[in-house]
Design a protein around this ligand. Sequence first.
Ligand code: MRU
Length: 372
Amino acid sequence: MAAAGTLDCLQAIKWERPRLTILNQLLLPHRREYVEIATSEQAHHAIVSMQTRGAPAIAMVAALALAAEVSGLLFASNDEAREHIRGRLEYLKTSRPTAVNLFEAAGRLRAVVDEADGDVVKAYVDAAERMLEKDVADNKAIGKWGSAFLSEIDGDKVLTHCNTGALATAGHGTALGIVRNMWQDGQLGHVFFTETRPYNQGARLTAFELVSEGIPATLVCDSAVSALMAKDRDVKAVVVGADRVAANGDTANKVGTYQLAIAARFHGRAFIVAAPSTSIDLGMRDGSGIVVEERSPAEITTASGFTVASVAGGSGLESETLQIAPSGVNAWNPSFDVTPAALITAIVTERGVFVKQPGADAFDLCAAPADV
Ligand code: MRU
């Protein structure tokens, strides 16, 4: 099943019932290699090792891997199938802690199997497939809303962080989906995007998406964004995705997002969070309760990539990991940070755009589907 409108080279998740393959994002942009994910163990590994990443994609790969797994098993009864699925969903939830989408999907899928009175496996697989379709539809709605909202602000350039595009979702993307819509709507002059150390989701993945689609774009160092805003008045907004939005609007996203929000506030630019409602955790009162994943210090004391000679040669790519920091140095590597709601101009969801008026406590829907 392919997301309509997503270029074939950008399809991170391929589901052809009952077979799941994923694009190994550790090899992008230099090598496009699909890996079959047939079991929940393989999905767990793919998520932890970052072969697949991005909040919606993580949830989708977990859900569909289990669909592939149970499609190949013979259960003695519906109750046995139900027990198996419940256990595997709990296991998949232990892969990465911050993005709520995985937990939300697991909760919904558990409810499906709890309530199924016929064939439990079929009910589960059908529900996982519906999630894949809905994610694409939601992202397209977010793109439309975000582009319309940003068209009201002067300037034709935006800045984005991490990778929130087709590769991070079932297709189209959230924040990068807005950028896509702006480009299609003739509203985008240029998009700047950060390299997003240490995994370089920007330099590798967002760059790959933007180059593939011919969208005018410039890569900047994570540390160059304040200088960029000071220099270029046309950078009217920062547009980012979300891993978990708390009930008060505090937003966990890729580390570095918080400092982008501070820079945007200082320079008087809009700061937009793009998130499907599957990224919103109404059970979390504010951002202080969000568990921020800390990854291995080795991710920041080293740098990995392909040798320049092998990339230029075009075949027989050779990957290399280089030591940057001295051995024995201490390193702290939080994968996400939490941006306070007070720094967020608007949250764009598939249901519309939520804004907080100055002095107000909550975000209110300011534009809803009937308006467009
Ligand atoms: O560590 P990652 O690559 O999974 O982090 C991804 C992000 O932080 C994205 O901004 C977020 O998941 C939204 S993706 C639509």
